[in-house]
Design a protein. Structure first.
Length: 328
């Protein structure tokens, strides 16, 4: 997903221009909404605790709560491909006191799910706060050291080429599909070995149980340090691993999928509420309060808002749709 980053003063200026001249027409302008928030905000995390995305969302919640002067109470609600958690938020009052720690898994990937109890994009996308790279990794004993060598191995015998698979509803899976598509290997021909998470997938790659594992770059840490895992390339820069080449630098320009964490809420959030949240995030980005925490997770603070964010999420959904068609 390629988006332009707006932070700090530039972000505030852009938003101010967008709102100038229509403030009198804003829902709740001049009301208590302009004092938002006056009490604690519930932030629903639609994923399990302890992972990189969870840690990132909680760091965002803590910093944002301090900036706004009211706590964001982060609560994990897991299960059923994140549908119940998202449904609960989208069905809540559109007052800014129930928000979603959003990302591809709870938005654009859901565009592929049948029989959702809501329109996947019928929400207020507030901000993409940070994004992270995916790593393509193999076991050290495989002898593969570059994406080019991996391409040769996969093309030589696709039916015996084993890839880690997390169920087809994660950005890690779509990063794998994007790679297979780029090297002209039909995903239907390879062996998809199921795992519950990218941590398990990386362990399998290190043990030689799969020929390729894709996952957030934070998942490679311990096995890379021990020398058991070889990360061949990243889909974007990770400040922790400047020595690992980017896929684009290896001649694979289309391998650019990232995962992200941000904020969304029910459809129809009043503009003063959205403005308060975006202003606070812009100030945090300008002040660098989020940088260290996200850098440790291999993520980059990347504030994107408004129409630009809406367009980026829909573009991401279309990318996932096209990749999903490769596996039927």
């Amino acid at each position: 997903m390629r988006t332009r980053t707006l932070t700090g003063a530039a972000l505030a200026a852009t938003l101010a221009v967008g709102l100038t001249g229509c403030a009198g027409d804003l829902p709740g302008a001049g009301t208590a909404e302009s004092d938002y928030p006056t009490r604690a905000v519930e932030l629903v995390l639609p994923f399990g605790s302890g992972g990189a995305t969870d840690i990132a969302a909680r760091a965002m919640a803590e910093a944002l709560g301090q900036q706004l002067g009211q706590p964001l109470n982060a609560t994990n609600q897991t299960g059923a491909q994140q549908v119940p958690a998202v449904s609960g938020v989208l069905g809540a009052a559109a007052d800014g006191y129930t928000l979603l720690a959003d990302g591809a898994g709870s938005s654009s990937i859901q565009s592929l799910l049948p029989d959702l109890p809501y329109e996947w994009d019928d929400r207020t996308f507030i901000a993409n706060v940070a994004s992270g790279a995916h790593a393509y990794a193999v076991g050290a004993a495989s002898g593969v050291t570059t994406l080019g060598e991996l391409e040769e191995k996969a093309q030589a015998d696709p039916s015996s080429f084993r890839v880690a698979w997390l169920g087809g509803t994660t950005t890690s899976d779509y990063a794998t599909l994007q790679l297979l598509d780029e090297i002209d290997v039909d995903p239907a021909d390879v062996v998809r070995v199921p795992f519950d998470g990218s941590g398990e997938a990386m362990q399998a790659a290190a043990a030689g149980d799969v020929d390729l594992a894709s996952g957030g770059s934070s998942a490679i840490a311990s096995l890379y340090s021990s020398g058991d895992l070889v990360p061949l390339a990243l889909t974007a820069e990770d400040p922790n691993y400047p020595e690992i080449p980017l896929a684009s630098d290896e001649g694979y320009e289309e391998l650019d999928l990232q995962y992200w964490v941000g904020l969304s809420g029910p459809a129809g959030l009043p503009e003063p509420v959205v403005q308060s949240l975006v202003d606070a995030l812009g100030e945090l980005a300008e002040g660098g309060q989020l940088d260290d925490t996200f850098a440790k997770l291999g993520m980059t603070v990347d504030i994107v808002t408004g129409d630009e964010l809406d367009a980026a999420v829909h573009e991401e959904a279309e990318t996932f749709r096209e990749l999903g068609e490769l596996v039927g």
